[in-house]
Each structure stands twice: as C-alpha cells, then as structure tokens.
Design a protein around this ligand. Sequence first.
Ligand code: HEM
Length: 501
Amino acid sequence: HRGQRRSREAVANLPGPLCPPLVGALHRVFKLNPKSFLSEAKKNLEKLGRLQRIWIFNRLQIVSSDVEFSEQVLANQEHLVKHTVYKLLGQWLGNGLLLSDGKVWHQRRKIITPAFHFSILDQFVEVFDQQSTICIKRLEQKADGKTIFDVYPFICMAALDIIAETAMGTKVNAQLAESTPYANAVNECTALMAWRFMSAYLQFELLFTLTHPHLKWRQIKLIRTMHEFTIKVIEQRRQALQEELEQKQQLDKDQDQDQVDNEVGSKRRMALLDVLLQAKVDGRPLSNDEIREEVDTFMFEGHDTTTSAISFCLWCISRHPDVQDKMQAEILHVLGTDRSRTITTRDLSELKYTECVMKESLRQFPPVPLLGRKLHSDFKYTHSKVGDGIIPAGAEILVAIIGMQNDALYFPEPELFKPERHENGERSSNFAYVPFSAGPRNCIGQKFAQLEMKMMLAKIVREFELLPMGDPVQPVVNIVLRSDNGFQMGMRRRNATGETK
Ligand code: HEM
C-alpha cells in the first residue's frame, strides 16, 4: 500500500484522466477497441497533452507522444523488457528476438545482426523481384480500370512468400493455388492473434481459453503446424550445410581455392536460417528450438509489418496522382522500358523520390503504431516542460509512434501527404520520426523491409496506374496498423512507356 502511494506521488506531476482509487480509469478501458483506439487517443492527446499517466486497477501506464520523453525511453540501454501485452505472441514466438530480454536477448541480437548484413540482403533482392512479378500477374485480373478491390490480400501473400524464401530458404507458394499448409497456418494464426489483440480480456490466455475453447484448440493446432514445419526445414538445412561442408573439404584436398568457391559457394543463396545454423554463442551452436524461435519471429515480424506498409503506401499513391506521376517518371528513368530486366539493389538505390514516398507513408501510417516497455527498476527522466521525474518500477510505458509522427510541431500540416518533406532530410528531432523504432531495440529488419517495399512499389507502379476508387482507409490498431475496410482502389495497365489505354 505504501509502495502504491509512493508510485502515485511520483507521477502526480503528469496529467491523466480521472483515476478513482482501486479501479482507476477502467471506464476508459471499456471504451477502447481497435476502431475507437486512435480517435480516443487523439481526444486524450488534445485534452491532456503529450505525456500522460493512467491507472488501471494498480497498474500504471505512461502514454507518450512526447518526443523528448520517448527519446529517453528508446535510447535507454537498461529498460529493454517488453510491455505485458506482447505476451500474447509468446506461445508462437517463444524467446525470439522480439519478445526476449536480458542475457538471452543480448546474445541473440549479437549473433543475428550479421544475418542482416548488406551482402546477404543483396542476394534477397532477386527473391523480392521474382515474387513481385508473381504478385503483378495476380493483380492483372483486377486491372480493368473499373473494378474496385482490396489490395491487401495480394500484398500479404507476396510478403509471406518473400519472408519464407529469405528466412528459411524454402518456397511456401502462398501466392499460387497450391499453397502449403504452413503458409495457411501463418496467415490464419496472424489473423487470430490480431483478433485477440482487439479485446482487453482475450489478450489473457486463461480468459481466452475459458471463453473460446474451440479457438484455443485451433490456435494450438496452428502453432503446432508451424513449429513442426519450421523444425523440419531447420533439420534439412542443417544436414545440407553439413554435406556441403564435407564436399568442400574433399574438394579442398584436390583443387585450388578458386575452383572450390565456384563449385560450392555459388550453389545456392544463403538464407537467414543458414547464418543462424553457423552461429555460436559462448562457443556452442544454437539448438534447433532456439533457431526455430528466431525463424518464427522473422516469419511474423517480417510479413505483417511489410504488408501493412506496402498496402498503406499503395493506397496513398492511388489518392495522389501528382505523386504517382512523379514516381512513375523516376521509375521509367531508372529502370527503363524493358520490364523483363532483373532489378538490382543498385537500381533501387537510385529511386530517391520513391524512397520519399515510402517515408511519408510510414510517417502517416506507421505499421507499428505503438510500442511498449515494462519497467523493472525506476526510470529517471529529464523534461524541459513537465520537469524532471521518476517513473516507478512496475509501470508500463507506451510510446505512441503514430502520435509523434503526426504532430504538427514536427511535421507541419501533418494530415497532408507530402513526400517532398523528406527530400532534404531535414528534421528538428530524429526521434520524432521512428517507424522502425530507435536505440538498442530498433528493428533489425529495417533495411530488408525498405528494399522489399521499394521493389514491390516500383514494380506495381511501373505496371499499373493506381486509381482513386472505393472508400478511404479506416486505420485500426490490430497489433500492426491495418485498415478496417481494407485498402480499396482500382488499377489500369500501363504500356512499356507508362501510358494507360
Ligand atoms: C515496414 C516494415 C517494418 C516495420 C515498420 C518494423 C518496425 C519495427 C519496430 C517499431 C520494432 C520495435 C518493436 C518494439 O520495440 O517492440 C521492430 C522490431 C523488430 N523487427 Fe521490425 N519492422 C518491419 C519489418 C521487419 C522485417 C522485414 C523483419 C525481419 C525480416 C523485422 C524483424 C524485427 C525483429 C526481429 C524485431 C525485434 C528486434 C529486437 O528487439 O532486437 N521487422 N520492428
């Protein structure tokens, strides 16, 4: 009780809604759902300011759209434990990089970082190119200039194919008719988790189990399907690597080095999984289960976020013909008229305006709209407006990326879609724009995601004119940011020089 009083005193300087003793702001929580979340948050922001404290029972939540405060949270090297809400994903992702903390996270982050090295990502660009081509073929059926459709499922399947092939080196054919049970399970499980995330009580495993036993059973089955598949792939890759190593040693004995490299090195593309198989922690390799947790984490983090990012960006492009024209001219200039030519990392690096379009869409619609930490010790902060203070151990902090990136203080007229604001890279604070987070727990897949996004956007805009047809997006927070009514648009094919018929 005394601890409670101390905590309440510690944050008394921060504004917050009325929080009666015992229950706290429970009345507010009942009002929240994914649809109301963003509008309620906006109302609170206008009423209470950028930094707020909210008590729910005896749990303290600090909600920050305040760049000065968020910077200190994100850059902090000690407070790296995730918010309780992330536990929802625990049975699927285990101790993978997204959820782990402490020593496990430190060690894993260190050995996984080289897996995202430029030389590895460079090989993946070929996969991005090939899978985007399949995506375009599938979109053709809708591109009659008249049909209104939701682009989301098309992008989602392409993103799933991309992450499976790059993370595991295995095709799952989500985009083709004969998709694997694994691809279906990832898709269904992601949807189930997003649905559970929508409700305050379904997030708790016990309450979910008690109220929806059939869905709990389904969840167990889906997770088992995914885990069995991932483990099988890991065992196969481990064996293949071993065989290659033996073959290389044999060749080494008889031939010169150049020939060995040619025959073995060029055999196949590395997958993120191969890097994990060769990694060692304190002299020992990772176990199959540890590797599985990481591969599952890539599968989840690496397709849901990019699908949201690409879908929102395509929708923004469809609603801004002037932006689309400028982007299309750049794509034509850099990639030329031969659509069969393979697109390289170098080509992508020259698409400067396209990059600004991506940045602007990630600003307005960040796929990860909020992120959260749980404090295991007191957190001291300094602040030019509310003064210096302490957030007590046990509290949870939510950093509202979406709030900071749509703040007129940092982005004048934030509701306007203006890629040009990123052209000279000027920003009053680096931490006002953090779609991939920042600091020690930032997104390890940032470069991967940017290359994938650029490839898909460039190829789709080169092939089709996106038309402003259908209803506007209705952003909702479903783990990642999605749109409640999909991403509606029309499309019309372009000829090689970019004109539409
Ligand atoms: C546009 C796409 C993406 C966005 C906006 C995004 C954003 C983020 C953000 C904001 C975080 C921090 C989460 C937190 O603090 O709780 C994060 C972490 C992470 N992301 Fe991404 N991400 C994207 C794509 C990817 C991809 C493609 C991969 C993998 C291939 C990936 C893998 C991860 C992992 C493993 C973490 C946890 C890192 C750690 O805690 O050490 N992400 N991402």
